[in-house]
Design a protein around this ligand. Structure first.
Ligand code: SAM
Length: 204
């Protein structure tokens, strides 16, 4: 059953493009109390640490972003349909830029896509492919000057759909980004239905 469902999965980019083009959203975790809890924590980190700019790898439909308080923001997404939604939604907001992002044909050693903080909100467990998972994490950490924020599960033993693959990501950071440490981890309160926690990494 599991294999059959996986074989029907069209790939991450196609899956999300089709979903957004059919009027679907970024998911329940980007709406309602879950989104409000995440925004409260991340907005607090940004304000307390005087973060000057944020780059978001996987901005989605922009509903989570509508609650964000960031001085300057760049949203990237693998799905061009998601980026078009955000461009329309934030057309009057001069602090937010958006870019459709194909990691397979982009490289940024000169740091044009870098920011004070990089952000990954419920993207990691949607990366079913090992190569994409590792490439995404490398780009996420290489896009940040001071802080990286990750909202994700960090374990494999969770129920998952064909477009999901929950797995630990903190061991990858420990092995591959030695200069980064977890400054804070915040778990959702018991009345918030979310498998993800929020992690704040700091460059040491
Ligand atoms: C569950 S949604 C979360 C969206 C948004 N971060 C939020 O919290 O509302 C996951 C998003 O990640 C995007 N995505 C998946 N793989 C990606 C990658 N390698 N690089 C950038 N975006 C990616 C998908 O297109 C989708 O919009």
């Amino acid at each position: 059953m599991e294999l059959r469902r996986r074989l029907r999965f069209p790939g991450t980019e196609t899956y999300w493009d089709r979903r957004y083009e059919a009027g679907g959203s970024s998911g329940a975790g980007s709406y309602g109390p879950q989104a409000e809890w995440k925004a409260r924590v991340v907005n607090g980190w940004v304000a307390e640490r005087e973060v000057t700019s944020v780059v978001d790898l996987g901005c989605g439909d922009g509903n989570q972003l509508a609650l964000a308080e960031y001085p300057r923001y760049l949203g990237l997404d693998l799905s061009a349909a998601a980026v078009r939604l955000c461009i329309r939604r934030f057309a009057d907001d001069p602090t937010k830029s958006f870019l459709s992002y194909d990691p397979g044909s982009s490289a940024d050693p000169a740091g044009w896509l870098r920011a004070d903080m990089s952000l990954s909100m419920e993207v990691l467990f949607h990366l079913v492919d090992d190569g994409m998972f590792e490439d995404y994490l490398a780009r996420l950490f290489d896009s940040a000057d001071r802080y990286v924020v990750v909202c994700s599960s960090d374990r494999a033993d969770l129920t998952q759909g064909p477009h999901e693959r929950h797995r630990p990501f903190t061991p990858w950071v420990e092995r591959n980004r030695l200069g980064w440490t977890i400054e804070e981890r915040v778990d959702p309160p018991s009345d918030i239905a979310l498998v993800s926690s929020l992690y704040l990494f700091r460059r040491s």
